[in-house]
Design a protein around this ligand. Sequence first.
Ligand SMILES: [Fe+2]
Ligand SMILES: [Mn+2]
Length: 335
Amino acid sequence: MTVTWTSGYNIDEATPLVEWAERDGSNEYANYQPGSLITTDQLIKDLDNYDIVFHIGDLPYANGFLSQWDQFTSQVEPISSVKPYMIASGNHERDYPNSGSFYNTPDSGGECGVPAETMYYVPAENRAKFWYSTDYGMFHFCIADSEHDWREGSEQYAWIEKCLASVDRQKQPWLIFSAHRVLGYSSNDWLANEGAFEEPMGRAHLQKLWQKYKVDIAFFGHVHNYERTCPIYQNQCVNSEISHYSGTVNGTIHVVVGGGGSHLSDFTTINTFWSLYKDRDWGFVKLTAFNHSSLLFEYKKSSDGEVYDNFTISRDYKDVLACVHDGCEATTLAT
Ligand SMILES: [Fe+2]
Ligand SMILES: [Mn+2]
């Protein structure tokens, strides 16, 4: 089965590619979404070749203008009418001062998540807390909500641990974590300027869970570009392979896939050792699990639908169970 990922449908105003993002050619509110059409069109073209889509937050950037939701839902309808169209909560769906969002910013224009959680179904226990798990084929997905507190001790942290711990990797060997904001790694310039290469407090709280439960890939958006890291454990690259992983991978691969269409984000000039591939362009990722032991990851540009970055993982169940680094309890033969 195959999964398609993207986040942020919007525009770089400098690009000559397209001038607006409305399918009917009408004027664009805030001229913010032109780049989204090429991503949408590639996904429509490939419709017969994937089973489910994850659009991980910042969908129409309606920011309180509901006509933008009408435009967006119509734009993606050729996809969402025939495939599960799974979303995550982004700052532009949820955040507003004093509304309970983790970030006290006005980014949702007062929507506070209501249109998003009403229009799109997700199997969350409480849709106002937009985190959920779902099994699909050979994948187990834990979709977190970066707009609500995820730190250790929070309700969401307990849920994330429960979600990761509950996977039966004989049935779902491919374990995927995702959230809108970059809680893992990004070489984006503003995150680099803050010195952390992530949202503050992301890794500090969640890395031990990704490690303990052996998350294969963590996907993030919010930063509007594409980037893939080496397999990481405790801030270190733990596998020197770049494109064909076999056996125990040893760490989690982090992917920023935020180039769904919004204005693009620049990378820092700092050389981040864990970064294997960067692209400041619109694009999306396609995951294909051929079976329980073989996975293909492809990053495609929205402009031409061609693959620009890819890797494979080949491994057995025993490789998933293998102890890595300090991940298993220390034992001795003493009785
Ligand atoms: Fe965004
Ligand atoms: Mn965002």
